[in-house]
Design a protein around this ligand. Structure first.
Ligand code: SDX
Length: 430
């Protein structure tokens, strides 16, 4: 970071010079690390709309230009030319792998896709109708009860094996959660299949008959994984970093990230978006729902629209929209009524003054659910798929934080607006 620029704060007759740090790309930051010590004041930023929580080399987002880079590579190029495990390598290690490095990495991940056999018993404790995200939070967190040889965060070798285990096993756990909800037997991973094909196989094959993974669907699945792999300091990634800053083991941190992602304002939006599109049901009902989205007294929001950072098109949504057309044509469901409603809703919303003025564009969750539904997934599996895709981003950000010599426990302060100091009043005096 280039240094030299300063910002001056004038407070109660005194001036405080704060260093301004310049990034590779994006806005400068005002370094306030010494502000409380020097000036005795906190900054105030609920929701962190103007706060950089860390410095990072992993992912860059430009909300105005609608740009997303993984380690400097634009998402459009990676979605078109790379594949998910290569993107995992890039996010984890910072550079694209050469052929030997890629083969070694893919082999290491493949050889860790099975879970400890006793983990099957965890599922038995859940109701069959449990949401798969509830199951994933529980079982991923429980990995720390099995993989004791990869929970010492101070040992880089253990950090590496924990990273590989999580990337390899979270899809298996997600598929197991799905199978458990169906009352079908768990399907073991197959080492001859690529990552996305293996996931589809574990979700959709049954022991009673052969299952053929359609290469085109596998490519679409792989592209969805790539588009969701990382996204700077979003809510769930910040959760993983905060949990990791206390020294919690990587499995516990990723379970915390899964829990945060579940919310409908975040990763849960893909499920909520498809359920909303189904509720709208026909293009004729779109105006009714747009009116509700604009009504301040109605908590309803247009799911799949808007973003804290993107005030232009979410570049992932553009790629996802193209993929939706391809997958639905491939499956012969191009006149899918939900897709028709989605496209018409997008067209109308992007012309509507309310959405234009508030810069509310479709985000990554707007089209993903349409593809996943067409591929045969129930809406309850949409966020688990987001979670397994994002595991590499969470673990890459966690590794970056743990390896940072400046790393310390995250502990925000507050603006206290509660009761002033007062003495206890005995019961007979109240
Ligand atoms: C993800 O952070 C990430 O990077 C997340 C993510 C990732 O990859 O990790 O990109 C994944 O979470 C995508 C977002 C998925 N969520 C949704 O689709 C849910 C619907 N969207 C909204 O809840 C909302 O847009 C957020 C939560 C995504 C962003 O909220 P902000 O930035 O805090 O914006 P805001 O709530 O302050 O809204 C600004 C204005 C408000 O109106 P005013 O108070 O200014 O009058 O826009 C309105 C909001 O009411 N608004 C919407 C809206 N989103 C915002 N109005 C109607 N429908 C919406 N979807």
């Amino acid at each position: 970071m280039a240094e030299g620029k300063t910002a001056r704060l004038h407070l109660e007759g005194k001036d405080y010079d704060l260093a301004v740090l310049s990034p590779t790309a994006g806005p400068d930051v005002v370094d306030i690390r010494k502000l409380y010590g020097d000036a005795g004041v906190f900054t105030y930023d609920p929701g962190f709309t103007s706060t950089a929580s860390c410095d990072s080399t992993i992912t860059y987002i430009d909300g105005d230009k609608g740009e997303l880079w993984y380690r400097g590579y634009p998402i459009e190029q990676l979605a078109a030319q790379s594949h998910y495990l290569e993107v995992c390598y890039l996010l984890l290690y910072g550079e694209l792998p050469n052929p030997d490095q890629l083969l070694d990495f893919e082999t290491r991940v493949t050889r860790h896709t099975m879970v400890h056999e006793q983990m099957h018993y965890f599922f038995r404790g859940f109701r069959r109708d449990s949401h798969p995200m509830a199951t994933m939070v529980g079982v991923v967190g429980a990995m720390s009860a099995f993989y004791h040889d990869s929970i010492d965060i101070n040992d880089p070798v253990q950090r590496e094996i924990a990273s590989i285990r999580l990337i390899a096993k979270v899809p298996t756990i997600a598929a197991m959660a799905y199978k458990y909800s169906l009352g079908q037997p768990f399907v073991y991973p197959r080492n001859e299949l690529d990552y996305a094909s293996n996931f589809l196989h574990m979700c959709f094959s049954v022991p009673a008959e052969p299952y053929h993974v359609d290469p085109a669907l596998s490519r679409a699945m792989d592209r969805i994984f790539t588009l969701h792999a990382d996204h700077e300091q979003n809510a769930s990634t910040s959760t993983v970093r905060l949990a990791g800053s206390s020294g919690a083991n990587p499995f516990a941190c990723i379970a915390a990230g899964i829990a945060c992602l579940w919310g409908p304002a975040h990763g849960g939006a893909n499920q909520a978006c498809l359920e909303m599109l189904r509720e709208i049901g026909s293009v004729e009902r779109i105006p009714e729902f747009l009116a509700r989205a604009k009504d301040k007294n109605d908590p309803f929001r247009l799911m799949g629209f808007g973003h804290r950072v993107y005030k232009n098109f979410d570049p992932r949504a553009k790629v996802m929209k193209e993929s939706a057309d391809e997958v639905l044509d491939l499956l012969g469901v191009h006149n899918n009524p939900t897709l028709q409603v989605a496209k018409e809703l997008e067209r109308i919303a992007l012309e509507d003054e309310y959405f234009v003025s508030k810069k509310l564009y479709p985000n990554v969750d707007f089209y993903s659910g349409i593809i996943l539904e067409a591929m045969g997934f129930p809406t309850s599996m949409f966020t688990p798929i987001f979670a397994l895709s994002r595991t590499v981003g969470w673990i890459s950000q966690w590794k970056e934080m743990i390896a940072d010599p400046q790393n310390k426990i995250g502990r925000p302060r507050q603006l206290y607006v509660g009761a002033p100091r007062r003495d206890y009043k005995p019961l007979d005096q109240r």
